[in-house]
Design a protein around this ligand. Structure first.
Ligand SMILES: [Mn+2]
Length: 327
């Protein structure tokens, strides 16, 4: 797809408009461990649909993380809800349905009993919904949400604009990543004009480092290793961040910092989660490296320049690290 491909497919738009006339009760959900784009898209969509009288509820299994609580409407996001109270589920920013982690928690949500709506920009998304707004040429899911809300006639308030801008800002690494297309800049410009607050976003997402987080980043950078073939790699056991009083989410952003190093062909951050699984984040700035392909070898996915995977039930021992480096 090129930049010119429209983000909203007109057939799917017509389907959605028709479906909304039937007054469905819709629950919006996004992936577990939400980032700025996941949260920005669910909250922007929630407020936008609500403003035109749609019966909506917004939920995420993990709720809003501390650093994103500045996003308007984040206090309206709930973890628990009655799964029988809805006719439809609207997935936002989910490359895969299971990224929501609802398969055990609320299986009805992922079942055929629900009408599924799908809005996303991940290349792994295979259009599973009855209605799909999947555009891999969008820099963020919020960029698609923005277009969709405009087409639905939603008045974009400054609060909605801030949510949508937060997603664009996060997923483009503050408009520095390769996915920052002319259309992404245009959308950002429009959102600022509509009252989106870029200062509050920058302050909370990029310029809000606590002492424990900086100490953790220091440790991560100190342990960083560059392999002969140019992979910058580091592993963070759970006890390492916990001993500093930090959380795994405090690692968010350190991979982009590591990846700024010119010597690295690509960067890998391995971190052990609370359940003993190893989560890998991969980044590259090199035009000839595809980290998505590497992530897929380990059952993961993502984008060509930013991807990830999980090694289930694995402790972050040296062996895992070495195995990944050799592959
Ligand atoms: Mn995204």
């Amino acid at each position: 797809m090129t930049h010119e491909t429209p983000l909203i497919d007109s057939e799917n738009l017509k389907k959605l408009q028709k479906y909304l006339e039937s007054k469905p009760r819709i629950v919006l959900i996004t992936h577990a461990n939400p980032d700025g784009d996941a949260l920005g898209s669910i909250l922007g969509m929630y407020a936008g649909l609500k403003s035109i009288g749609v019966d909506v509820h917004a939920s995420c299994i993990d709720g809003a993380p501390e650093f994103l609580k500045f996003c308007p409407f984040s206090e309206e996001l709930t973890i628990d809800f009655d799964e029988n109270a809805f006719d439809a589920v609207f997935f936002l920013d989910c490359g895969d349905k299971n990224m929501t982690k609802y398969q055990d928690y609320k299986p009805r949500i992922l079942s055929d009993k629900m009408v599924k709506l799908d809005l996303d920009h991940h290349p792994t998304n295979d259009f599973w919904g009855e209605i799909n707004f999947v555009a891999t040429n969008a820099a963020s899911s919020t960029q698609i949400v923005f277009e969709l809300l405009k087409k639905l006639g939603v008045h974009i308030t400054p609060k909605i604009a801030t949510c949508l801008l937060a997603g664009l800002y996060t997923d483009t690494g503050a408009f520095m990543h390769q996915n920052t297309t002319p259309a992404a800049y245009t959308a950002a410009g429009e959102l600022v004009k509509l009252g989106g607050n870029i200062q509050v976003i920058a302050k909370n997402i990029f310029h809000a480092h606590e002492f424990k987080k900086l100490k953790l980043w220091g440790k991560v950078l100190q342990d960083l290793y560059v392999t002969k073939d140019g992979a910058a790699i580091v592993g963070v056991p759970r006890k390492e961040y916990e001993s500093l009083g930090a959380k795994r989410e405090d690692l968010s952003g350190v991979i982009d910092y590591i990846n700024s190093m010119d010597e690295a062909r690509y960067s890998v951050l391995l971190s052990e989660d609370e359940k003993g699984n190893v989560k890998a984040s991969l980044r590259t700035r090199k035009p000839d490296v595809d980290v998505k392909a590497l992530a897929e070898k380990f059952g993961g996915g993502g984008h060509v320049k930013a991807a990830g995977f999980t090694v289930k039930g694995s402790k972050l021992e040296k062996e895992v690290k070495w195995k990944i480096m050799q592959d």
